[in-house]
Design a protein around this ligand. Structure first.
Ligand code: GLU
Length: 515
């Protein structure tokens, strides 16, 4: 096999959604696995759809995901320029070559004429297609005499170049996912190759660039499968058939419910569909995986398995592991459903695997935004306690705000009503006093002290521990209570016990009044 060179070729028409990131990822994996190059090409021939900031967004997203291109816009390389608008001048000669060899023709039809043809077809309950069956009834260099064509041109009438699709041909190509794929040429339309302004369309520019960038494999979304026979014809007609790339069309990513995942589904389902935050034209923000609190490694792992399976039960793969295990022939043909809970599960696995020091650095900005600036040391100990309980980074706050702020409510009133006794208050006051006297205030000593207190007062775990938990954290759930107490420290625990005892008493008094 000649050197593997693959490209990710997004159009800068808005934020890249996770389908695009997955395409980039599969390209990256395939390149790395084969010692090849991964290229970023920006396909911006359609200036009407160009969106400010989209190109920068694409580059930043790839960097955040850790799948940086070897060549391309923003990354350098010897096959540039890599932005199609910077290659403008290169394409017309190949479209003209097709014209000269009889594989393309000039079409003079105006917008109005095309619209008329569409409406006429609609009347017959058909869809108009500019193709072998209709081209002779349109205004083009095949249907008109050469004198007529010359006159139109002399009068400066604008024209496009269209591909002349041959009749009754079976067009074959190899697809790594689908094997031998065939289309009948009769299903194809005569695609525009060069627009009236002389700019190439996607099809023309894509083929010329893939050829000159020596792309060996075209790995892209399934939505491009119907365009591929047109591309095959272009390769052949340009005399590049022998070096045509191998194709690999990736399955669609489906919504959590039904149908293809769209950019609007993020807002609809309350889930991220973009890697990074993206500001829409109306100023609203579509939230990205990054800002949602995902780790890039988790997003990559999740996306890798959305449409590909390793053929084993293994689910956790870091990027290097993916490079090794990735096998394009195991890419599924059918669409892959986006399951947000699964994405969170992956993230949780990566949070757990992150060492506490590194995790502390990741959650520090979340705390800073809430106005808290704990010492690094304290943060590291809290990370150790909370990480098993975090699906996304902001869970650090929702599950651990009591480490930084007063406890505002006690979540388990039922336990209080059932188990707190007014006549034990004295004993619990005694416990508070003993805790205050404890010199080495660590989890081990705290546990010993509390156990002794239980034995001395003939109290069981259920009589004491839930109240220590509620008092210190506001909840009967969470990390081991003695560890929470150690991190909170003597002063805070004392204050919280005092407050909580009174609050628990109030609950019981209210209960007694109701009886
Ligand atoms: N510019 C196309 C896109 O936006 C690229 C398709 C291809 O990879 O050929 O998806």
């Amino acid at each position: 096999m000649s050197k593997v060179r693959v490209r990710f070729a997004p159009s800068p028409t808005g934020a890249l959604h996770i389908g695009g990131v997955r395409t980039a990822l599969y390209n990256y994996l395939f390149a790395k696995q084969n010692g090849g190059s991964f290229i970023l090409r920006i396909e911006d021939t359609d200036q009407t759809r160009f969106v400010e900031g989209a190109e920068e967004y694409i580059i930043e997203s790839l960097k955040w995901c850790g799948i940086e291109p070897d060549e391309g816009v923003g990354f350098g390389g010897e096959y540039g320029p890599y932005r199609q608008s910077d290659r403008k001048g290169m394409y017309a000669q190949y479209a003209n070559q097709l014209l000269e060899s009889g594989h393309a023709y000039k079409a003079f039809d105006t917008k109005e004429e095309l619209q008329e043809a569409r409406l006429a077809a609609e009347k017959d309950k058909k869809t108009f297609r500019y193709d072998i069956s209709t081209r002779m009834s349109m205004r083009n260099s095949l249907s008109l005499s050469s004198e007529e064509v010359k006159e139109l041109e002399a009068n400066g009438i604008p024209f496009v170049l269209r591909l002349k699709v041959p009749e009754n041909e079976e067009i074959h190509f190899q697809d790594m996912v689908r094997g031998d794929v065939k289309f009948s040429s009769n299903e194809l339309d005569d695609k525009v190759l060069l627009k009236v302004d002389g700019m190439p369309t996607y099809h023309m520019a894509n083929i010329v660039d893939d050829h000159f960038m020596e792309i060996s494999h075209v790995i892209r979304g399934e939505e491009w499968l119907p365009s591929t026979p047109t591309h095959v014809l272009l390769y052949r007609f340009l005399g590049w058939g022998d070096s045509m790339p191998v194709f690999c069309h990736l399955p669609l990513i489906l919504k959590p419910t039904k149908g293809k995942l769209s950019k609007r589904d993020g807002a609809k389902f309350g889930i991220p569909v973009f890697p990074l935050d993206w500001e829409e034209k109306d100023g609203s923000i579509a939230k990205g995986f990054r800002e949602w609190g995902f780790l890039p490694e988790a997003v990559i792992n999740f996306l890798a398995l959305l449409g590909w399976n390793p053929g084993t039960e293994q689910e956790i793969f870091d990027l290097a592991g993916l490079v090794q295990a990735f096998d394009p022939t195991n890419i599924n043909k059918s669409g892959a459903r986006y399951d947000f809970a699964k994405a969170e599960w992956f993230n949780q696995q990566y949070i757990i695997a992150t060492d506490n020091e590194a995790l502390a650095a990741k959650v520090a900005p979340i705390l800073a935004a809430k106005g808290h600036h704990p010492s690094h040391e304290k943060l590291v100990s809290i990370c150790a306690l909370l990480k098993e309980r975090m699906g996304i980074l902001p869970d650090f706050w929702s599950k651990g705000s009591y480490f930084f702020e007063e406890v505002k409510a006690y979540d388990n009133q039922k336990v209080i009503r059932k188990k707190w006794k007014l006549d034990r208050r004295e004993a619990f006051n005694g416990l508070a006093a003993q805790l205050n006297d404890l010199e080495k205030y660590d989890a081990e000593n705290l546990e010993q002290l509390v156990k002794k207190f239980m034995a001395d007062n003939s109290l069981g775990f259920g009589d004491v521990l839930p109240f220590l938990r509620l008092a210190t954290s506001g909840s009967t759930q969470g990390p081991p209570v003695f560890e929470i107490m150690e991190v909170l420290g003597k002063q805070t625990v004392n204050k919280r016990l005092e407050q909580a005892y009174s609050a628990f008493d109030e609950v019981i008094k209210a209960k007694l009044q109701q009886l």
